[in-house]
Design a protein around this ligand. Structure first.
Ligand SMILES: [Zn+2]
Length: 329
């Protein structure tokens, strides 16, 4: 890999997109993908041919069978009837001189995009949850955007891409929301690698946010926040253990530190939804060793199993509830 390509890969920003001031009107096209097909066969997964530089050309995907045996979920369908939204972050990777929201970060050596890595893990997770009896809504099941690409070259449509994910979960009456991502550091830190599962504390809608007519006033909901913290804690523990990775070090007094072992994160998809929701940064694609592991779908399957095990542990302490029915207004 040449130096300029390596540098450009290292300079990719970490996804997802933090919250920022939003002034756009709701897009009338946001609902276009509310009917995401659910019949996708998760025993198969998309791969793409590589170029010598290690990045994918923009070619149709091949379809190959997953390499591993199925993981046996516990007996008795422990998640029977639980409505869960699985959101594979990003989607519809853009190749060329600009890299917008759609691809996210990417593997430092292999060129595997975060968009694709997230989808692999999400598809495995879908399979596990479905076996366990859950009613799963996927925000996407293939490698594309959820909203039309904007005409302007200066804006990649990231707000619409983020907001539709919550819309899909809400339209399906989901009671839990799991956003799947992979991480990248702010600077050149190739050794960095850990698991982080973020939650948003409902006490952190500030006055400026509540004054925005787009969202209307929102109120602290301690019960909901506590459920989110527990969900994040169980998934972070199980996932890091399954992957053999440390968990995120939370610096005392930092914006991530709310006195819990999991980080607080002001990210759109987990802030704009009124149900237990977590954003899972499984591992770092900028770590060369992790990048190689992620290039094998077996790693995605291990991630899905870790998330699944964490979810089961959470539900053992906090039985599933119809959270969508108590959505705040
Ligand atoms: Zn991301």
């Amino acid at each position: 890999m040449n130096r300029s390509l390596l540098l450009s890969l290292l300079m990719l920003t970490a996804a997802p997109v933090p919250a920022g001031p939003v002034s756009e009107e709701a897009s009338p096209e946001r609902q276009r993908r509310a009917d995401v097909p659910q019949e996708f066969d998760t025993r198969w997964i998309a791969t793409r041919p590589r170029t010598p530089e290690g990045v994918y050309p923009n070619l149709p995907a091949d379809w190959v069978p997953l390499p591993n045996d199925r993981y046996e979920v516990p007996d008795g369908q422990p998640l029977a009837g639980v409505r869960i939204c699985v959101d594979a972050g990003h989607g519809g990777q853009i190749w060329g001189p600009t890299r917008g929201y759609t691809a996210g970060t990417r593997g430092v050596n292999t060129g595997l995009t975060e968009s694709e890595a997230n989808l692999r893990t999400a598809l495995f997770l879908w399979d596990l949850l479905t076996q366990a009896g859950a009613e799963v809504t996927m925000t996407r099941v293939r490698e594309d955007r959820l909203t039309p690409a904007p005409a302007s070259p200066d804006y990649d449509g990231r707000f619409e891409e983020l907001h539709i994910r919550d819309d899909i979960a809400e339209a399906a009456g989901c009671d839990y929301f799991l956003a799947i991502h992979h991480n990248a550091p702010g600077g050149n830190q190739p050794d960095l690698n850990y698991t982080a599962v973020y939650y948003f504390d409902t006490a952190h809608y500030d006055a400026e946010y509540n004054a925005a007519p787009r969202y209307g006033p929102r109120h602290p909901d301690e019960e909901l926040t506590a459920e989110r913290v527990s969900l994040a804690r169980h998934i972070q523990r199980a996932l890091s253990e399954r992957l053999g990775l440390p968990v995120i070090p939370i610096a005392p007094g930092s914006e991530n530190d709310m006195g819990h072992e999991v980080p607080h994160g002001d990210y759109h998809v987990i802030r704009e939804i009124d149900i237990p929701a977590v954003l899972i940064e499984c591992s770092f694609m900028t770590n060369p060793d992790e990048d190689l592991r992620l290039n094998d779908p077996a790693r995605a399957k291990a991630e899905a199993i870790g998330i699944f095990e964490g979810l089961l542990a959470h539900f053992r302490e906090n039985p599933p509830r119809p959270w969508s029915e108590r959505r705040s207004q």
